[in-house]
Design a protein around this ligand. Structure first.
Ligand code: GLA
Length: 418
């Protein structure tokens, strides 16, 4: 057994734990009343990409049928009841040209009923309708962008009953984003329809090696992409987690109700992750207070993946009403410890992530302080995925934890000192 207790409190960023416990107030949130907890839903991009070949692949192409079927599955298979609500159309939904009136139009062959009808269908299932556009002249997939049409597009989306807009940043000048993204926020607000605003603005700054102004971003956007697109692999998940661990630009500090970092979609239920890796992605997205946007074929989910996506206790951590994201407090030899304050007051969720692949589970003995359990009153600790009670611990006690290779131990420590 590896004894990490001896590493002790000195290596952890103690100030960070205390600040997190104190509940640093968030002054920057976009005040449209939306996204008080991280939004949950489904997005087509990671799994279905820009497949426009409805002639040869009618089941999987970007068209109204796909979104209607996903809405059906979300409503019937327990996803909606678990909190997943947005059905998000991503890129490649449009016709190649705007209409004669300058308005965006859906591809008529793939969306024969039109976007308003699709929105109505999604709403009829008790779900919300998300759509994708781009800040520049074209979307990343080469369809008409919003540049010079922002007011028209905001109104078109409101007329269609859109509830979420993801505004990407391909084919644009990043210098324009600082003024331009807030202008779209203004036009969205002007429609009078509450539309959750998802911005890719910081991800483009990061791609150009510039530090984004996260305070400004959090003022205008409900969620924002900080980094590269997720792909269907463990390497991609760990690359993203490692990026967030660095917190470059202090983006975790501006997050809170109404404003959340978006490390991109959940790839649980696809081809690239083992069972442990799927748990690890879900755990880390819960700890980071990330939007839970599934991108998998809900018509073909295997029961294990589905059970992870529907795990109520993990979702409860993600949706904690304080909306305070966690952060990394220890990073050592492929073991990362992340800590997130959650309700009831003084309690915490913690993730022990083992990113390595040294084929046998790691057995760790960790001093509770090292996991962020610093309160004098003691904690009841539960392993979250299986709901297994681990025991009652004081901060000076050691806790024994086993973590599988490329896996996670997700714990909830309920504070007993209130
Ligand atoms: C960018 C975004 C992705 C997706 C694609 C669509 O790469 O980051 O999430 O929307 O564009 O083309």
């Amino acid at each position: 057994m590896r004894d990490v207790a001896s590493v002790g409190i000195s290596v952890i960023k103690m100030e960070k734990v205390l600040l997190l416990l104190a509940g640093v107030s968030v002054l920057y949130a976009l005040d449209n009343g939306l996204g008080r907890t991280p939004p949950m839903g489904w997005n087509s991009w990671e799994r279905f990409r820009c497949n426009v070949d409805c002639d040869n692949d009618p089941e999987n192409c970007i068209g109204e049928k796909l979104y209607m079927q996903m809405a059906d599955r979300m409503a019937a298979d327990g996803y909606k009841d678990a909190g997943y609500e947005y059905v998000n159309v991503d890129d490649c939904w449009m016709a190649k040209e705007r209409g004669p009136d300058g308005k965006l139009q859906a591809d008529p062959k793939r969306f024969p009923s039109g976007m308003k009808a699709l929105g109505d269908y999604i709403h009829s299932k008790g779900l919300k309708f998300g759509i994708y556009e781009d800040f520049g002249t074209q979307t990343c997939g080469g369809f008409p962008g919003s540049k010079f049409f922002m007011e028209t597009d905001a109104q078109t989306f409101a007329d269609w009953g859109v509830d979420l807009l993801k505004l990407d940043g391909c084919y644009s000048n990043i210098e324009d984003m600082t003024s331009g993204y807030p202008i779209m926020e203004f036009f969205l607000n002007k429609t009078g329809r509450p539309i959750l605003y998802s911005c890719s603005w910081p991800a483009y700054f990061v791609a150009y090696k510039k530090i984004p102004d996260y305070k400004a971003i959090a003022k205008s956007c409900n969620i924002w992409r900080n980094y590269d697109d997720i792909q269907d692999s463990w390497d991609s998940v760990t690359e993203i987690v490692n990026y967030y661990a660095k917190n470059k630009g202090n983006f975790f500090e501006v997050a809170g109700p109404g404003s959340f970092n978006d490390p991109d979609m959940l790839i649980i239920g696809n081809f690239g992750l083992s069972r442990d890796q799927q748990r690890a992605q879900m755990a880390m997205w819960a700890i980071m207070a990330a939007p839970l946007l599934m991108s998998a074929d809900l018509r073909k989910m295997d029961p294990y993946s589905k059970s992870i996506l529907l795990n109520k206790d993990v979702i409860a951590i993600n949706q904690d009403p304080m909306g305070q994201p966690g952060s990394i407090i220890l990073d050592m030899n492929q073991i990362q410890i992340w800590f997130r304050p959650v309700m009831p007051k003084g309690s915490a969720a913690f993730a022990v992530l083992y990113t390595g692949s040294y084929g046998t589970p790691e057995k760790l003995s960790l001093k509770c302080e090292t996991l962020g359990m610093v309160g004098p009153g003691g904690y009841n600790v539960t392993e979250v995925f299986d709901g297994r009670y681990v025991g009652m611990f004081k901060s000076a006690d050691n806790i024994n934890i086993t973590v599988n290779p490329s896996g996670v131990f997700l714990g909830k420590a309920v504070y007993l000192g209130n």
